[in-house]
Ligand binder design. Structure first.
Ligand code: NAD
Length: 250
């Protein structure tokens, strides 16, 4: 039988490389029109999606800034008429012991990882509930389940995201909108490869504790976002999907 998959509009944040780039590519391959938003240049992702035959619209956006998010929402709505699938992936994970974490870096982590969830949901949820269909997917992390030294602020921000999806799901379930989080373990991306993770031996240490003995890749997460965006996923909401090779059992 022929598969009929509705063509929708997806917005993915934090797409210049890494996991977000994978999400944008996959959602475009699924036939969705894809808006991509990043603080920096997303030219590479835009080019990859186009070469793959996808329809893509790129906007510069600082997800931690309400005005920037509002401008992004306006530009994407002008171009595509609205957003059905919001995949908020942009995030930062600087490592530092709590004793060395001052208020400014703490606030920055909360601004980018958590307050962004507020700004983006405020911007895109009303049209989803009006249209009685929507998907919100936000990135959490298994640091929340495992606890992780050097990542107190980060873990707090991702734990808040998990709380956010649980309670927002309860408010919008009757309006056809699902709200879920994805919690990866350590994934090989430009961010983790350029951070202290390599030097700390985090890749080997985490792999040793996974059921599946290899480091996660963006490809391991792409199918999960693809599924959450479908009508098949309509009965799954308020959840955190752990995708980490069996590192934690949530
Ligand atoms: P990355 O650092 O490789 O890429 C993040 C992207 O987000 C970059 O393109 C960056 O420009 C963009 N970005 C950062 N701040 C932004 C802002 N204020 N506004 C708009 N864009 C911004 O990241 P990644 O490793 O691919 O991780 C993506 C997401 O997955 C993050 O939310 C991260 O916390 C989460 N995560 C990653 C891992 C991992 O091991 N890589 C594990 C668990 C969770």
């Amino acid at each position: 039988a022929k598969e009929h998959r509705p063509r929708r509009v997806a917005l993915v944040t934090g797409v210049a490389a890494g996991i977000g780039q994978g999400y944008a590519l996959r959602l475009a391959r699924d036939g969705h029109r894809v808006a991509i938003a990043d603080l920096g240049s997303a030219d590479e992702t835009e080019k990859l999606v186009r070469e793959d035959g996808g329809e893509v619209f790129s906007v510069r956006c600082d997800v931690s800034d309400a005005e920037s998010v509002a401008r992004c929402a306006e530009a994407v709505t002008d171009r595509f008429g609205g957003v059905d699938i919001l995949v908020h992936n942009a995030g930062i994970y600087p490592m530092a012991p709590f004793a060395d974490t001052d208020w400014t870096p703490w606030r920055r982590i909360m601004d980018v990882n958590l307050d962004s969830v507020f700004h983006l949901t405020k911007a895109f949820l009303p049209a989803m509930t009006r249209g009685s269909w929507g998907r919100i997917v936000v990135m959490a992390s298994t640091t929340f389940h495992a606890g992780s030294a050097g990542m107190v602020a980060y873990t707090a921000s991702k734990g808040a995201v998990i709380g956010f999806v649980r309670s927002l799901a309860a408010e919008v379930g009757e309006q056809g909108v699902t709200v879920n989080a994805i919690a990866p373990g350590l994934v090989r991306t430009p961010g983790t490869l350029s951070g202290p993770q390599l030097e700390l031996g985090a890749f080997d240490a985490i792999v040793a504790n996974q059921a599946i003995k290899r480091t996660g890749l963006p490809e391991d997460l792409m199918g999960v976002v693809s599924f959450l965006a479908t009508d098949d996923a309509a009965f799954m909401t308020g959840q955190t999907l752990v995708v980490d090779g069996g590192f934690v059992r949530a």
